[in-house]
Design a protein around this ligand. Structure first.
Ligand code: SAH
Ligand code: SF4
Ligand code: F3S
Length: 443
């Protein structure tokens, strides 16, 4: 039943999170297995797939403007165009409300249909957004590796938390866990292909449990992945502060391959805002988990997501977010202005923080965090770090770029071409968003 796509080129544009990036790599692997070749530009490809994100209004605006720009060149070339991902799931056939060149809309979980749809080149419309209740394994195939040494491995999909502001449970459905053995199979195969860093993915990985009888969870998974020869660095995300357990913290601490780095999205520093968000923890509960992690792993680098301008957020509540940033001193944060999303509980109430206030709060959060990072990065001066090579530094013809164990961007110079995957770099300079250094040449 092989759908032969030889001679066709494909292009995938990905919006959104690592989960979407991983899905796009899998779709690319499916298409390449059928003989399609990757194109550098949408305008020059026969198959154009847009993998979409719905998490904030801005993400969707960018998507619709991209689809608009895509239409004429796709029409001119006679390309097959598909929309997949979270907005596909949420908006379904609404993509056809406007006349546009679009052949298929697929929600997550239906991407194995893509080769056949493309081969058929049906002039009609295909829209599949039904939900699976359980994990559905991908057809065996080779996920494309955009980075030779680092790969994402999805361990669960969906989210049962239903935070009041968040569309993800509606886009990705309820939690579905991938069998332990299949996760390890994929990791073994990636390690065999030279991958050294594994990033375990899910919207809510603390909830992971093996759907098999044994009921193993994330802590056991970290142990098992650590035992895989070839794998040197392990990361996992996203963790929910409510369910992040002492057991997982201990599993991190006992497995030296698990990077001393954790994304633990706090969203707000205010108990009342956290309660309105339905997050299930308060400021002190969060700070206790941070202390526990730092007691076990003193050098751990923490990052978080922050939402400003949540409905009803007062100046005093917002000030608590700033003071939390000062107290925790994150290595990095991702900060967003609240925007109402379809189906969510918060969208049924008013979006009552004025746009100007949201903007000013976002600026304040980012300015404070920038100062914290600049100060923290200065402490790294003179230290030698292990860095996973990413490639050439785009802004420095003689330079290279990589990431440290703490997930900091490290730009460095090297006298000889580094072969990777790991290099040692002595830090000689720093800014708020990256470290600079010189490679310590092997002797
Ligand atoms: N499952 C992950 C990722 C959720 S989406 C987690 O819980 O961390 C990534 C981030 O987008 C969230 O952490 C949140 O900070 C932000 N976000 C989600 N919905 C939003 C909304 N309606 N408005 C603004 N930011 C939002
Ligand atoms: Fe969204 Fe909350 Fe689930 Fe994260 S934990 S995906 S913020 S509902
Ligand atoms: Fe966006 Fe879906 Fe990820 S809404 S953040 S692409 S799970």
């Amino acid at each position: 039943m092989s759908a032969n796509l030889a001679g066709l080129s494909y292009f995938i544009r990905t919006f959104g999170c690592q989960m979407n990036e991983n899905d796009s790599e899998r779709i690319a692997g499916l298409l390449e297995a059928e003989g399609a070749v990757r194109a550098e530009r949408a305008e020059a490809s026969d198959i154009v797939i847009v993998n979409t994100c719905s998490v904030r209004a801005k993400a969707e605006e960018k998507l619709f403007s991209y689809l608009g720009r895509l239409s004429a060149p796709a029409e001119a070339r006679g390309a097959v165009v598909g929309v997949v991902g979270c907005t596909a799931q949420v908006r379904r056939t609404a993509f056809w409300d406007k006349p546009r060149r679009l052949h298929f809309v697929l929600g997550p979980g239906h991407y194995e249909l893509i080769p056949d749809i493309v081969r058929a080149r049906r002039p009609g419309r295909v829209c599949v957004t039904s939900r699976h209740r359980q994990w559905r394994e991908w057809p065996a195939g080779r996920t494309r590796l955009s980075d030779p040494w680092s790969a994402y491995v999805t361990i669960m999909e969906g989210c049962d938390n239903f935070c009041a502001y968040c569309v993800v449970p509606f886009a990705r459905g309820r939690e579905k866990y991938r069998p332990f053995a299949l996760i390890l199979d994929e990791i073994r195969s990636l390690a065999g292909r030279g991958v050294r860093e594994i990033q375990l993915l899910g919207q809510n990985v603390n909830a992971y449990r093996d759907p098999g009888a044994e009921g193993r969870g994330l802590a056991e998974l970290l142990d098992a992945v650590s035992a895989q020869e070839g794998v040197e660095w392990i990361r996992f995300l996203a963790s929910h502060p409510r369910t992040f357990s002492a057991e997982v913290a201990r599993a991190m601490a006992r497995n030296r391959k698990v990077c001393r780095q954790l994304h633990l999205p706090v969203q707000s520093g205010s108990d009342t805002v956290l309660a309105r968000m339905g997050r299930g923890y308060g400021r002190q509960g969060y700070l206790d988990k941070v202390r526990q992690l730092r007691d076990l792993m003193p050098d751990i680098q923490l990052s978080a997501d922050i939402i400003v301008g949540y409905p009803g957020e007062t100046d005093a509540e917002f000030a608590e977010t700033l003071s939390l940033l000062e107290e925790v001193r994150f290595a990095n944060i991702f900060s967003f202005r609240y925007s109402p999303r379809p189906f969510t509980a918060a969208s049924r109430g008013p979006d009552d923080v004025p746009a100007q206030v949201k903007k000013a709060r976002l600026t304040a959060v980012q300015a404070l965090q920038k100062a914290i990072q600049a100060e923290q990065h200065r402490d790294f001066l003179g230290r030698t770090l292990t860095v996973l090579l990413r490639g050439r530094d785009k802004r420095d013809a003689r330079g290279f770029a990589g990431r440290s164990e703490g997930n900091q961007v490290v730009n460095f110079r090297s006298r000889s071409e580094p072969a990777g995957p790991f290099v040692r770099v002595r830090v000689t300079g720093s800014g708020p968003y990256s470290l600079k250094g010189e490679r310590v040449e092997p002797v």
